[in-house]
Write a protein that binds this ligand. Structure first.
Ligand SMILES: *Cc1c(COP(=O)(O)O)cnc(C)c1O
Length: 329
């Protein structure tokens, strides 16, 4: 399987046996990596295809391409790999765990129509429902996929969340376009605002992101690493997650104290924040990470700011009215 390594945004489920990754350790797959363009924050198509050609020469074909990532600011070049996949008889899988809601809203790429054989997703990230997973594929694969899921991977489905998922999906049908486009507008605005506050937000030349995610190099801040930032921000009631940057391992950092933090705007958007609110978030973050203000003081300002956002948006407003908002067929 060819996938992205963890420092380039790959998920632990795509990782090698040596890292206890699900692909390697559970499914026995040999994992090879795409070549990654660290400036563009995306897969390097030409270099990756060259790598595959070298593999083919040595008699080692790729049988599965795994696109998608946990740091996923820009759409992956699925189309560019369809020909070489066909040449080798390989399948293309697209892990849309993070971006499913953006795809559903029509504001990210459209992996199945770009050549993917199967699209997998979480039902609890930008697609905002109860926890779970979902596969979408073509009719020709249905029997094989059903067998792989049952008995291959699961037995029961989680009945306790079926109705919750139905409502979440109905809400996405009704509000998904608006929600997805606001998530992306907020992410771009947050990137810009943090950049203006002095943060080293990556991919500035591309407008920081085309998804919900931005990635920041915090190694040059007084707090020096993602872990210290994560902890200080948490004390100030701001939740972010420490994250490896593509060059961290090379520079001697590891996942415990990586060089970056990763932020997503799906939650702040769900409670109604807009672009101007991203400026406020950026200024609160600056006080903690760059200004080194006392996190508990900033935390009180975060609490006060949060008071104006107490309603969940992009959803039906009362349980009783759900069917009036949208006709579920
Ligand atoms: C979060 C994530 C997963 C795992 O999804 P869960 O449904 O939360 O277990 C898989 N792949 C990627 C790329 C992810 O980011």
């Amino acid at each position: 399987m060819m996938a992205l390594p963890i420092p380039d945004g790959g998920h632990i489920s795509h990782a090698k046996k040596a890292l206890n990754g699900t692909a390697g350790a559970v499914h026995g797959l040999k994992v090879r990596y795409f070549e990654y363009d660290e400036k563009e924050l995306n897969i390097d198509v030409d270099k990756s295809i060259k790598r595959i050609r070298r593999m083919i020469k040595k008699g080692k074909a790729v049988t599965l391409f795994m696109f998608g990532a946990s740091v996923f600011p820009f759409p992956h070049p699925v189309k560019d790999f369809r020909d070489i996949a066909d040449e080798m008889g390989a399948f293309i899988s697209y892990d849309g765990a993070h971006v499913a809601g953006l795809i559903a809203g029509g504001f990210f790429q459209d992996p199945l129509r770009e050549g993917a054989d199967v699209l997998s997703m979480s039902t609890h990230k930008t697609l905002p429902g109860p926890q779970g997973g979902l596969l979408v594929s073509w009719e020709k694969y249905s029997d094989r996929i059903k067998k792989a899921v049952f008995p291959g991977l699961t037995s029961n489905h989680h009945l306790n969340s079926v109705a919750g998922k139905a409502i979440a999906f109905a809400e996405m049908l009704k509000y998904g376009k608006e929600y997805a486009s606001q998530i992306i507008a907020n992410a771009k605005a947050l990137g810009q605002a943090l950049y203006e506050e002095g943060f080293k937000v990556l991919a500035e030349h591309k407008g920081f992101t085309e998804s919900h995610t931005i990635l920041i190099d915090v190694s040059g801040t007084p707090l020096k690493n993602g872990r210290a930032c994560e902890e200080a921000l948490e004390s100030a009631n701001i939740i972010v997650n420490r994250n490896l940057l593509p060059w961290d391992i090379r520079e001697g950092r590891n996942y415990l104290a990586p060089g970056g933090i990763r932020l997503g705007t799906s939650e702040v958007t769900k409670i109604g924040m807009k672009e101007s609110d991203m400026k406020e978030i950026a200024s609160l973050m600056k006080r903690v990470v760059i200004g080194q203000d006392d996190p508990s003081t900033v935390g009180r300002d975060v609490e006060a700011f949060r008071q104006s956002f107490k309603k969940v948006k992009y959803c039906f407003e009362s349980r009783a009215d759900a069917y009036e908002y949208f006709d579920i067929e």
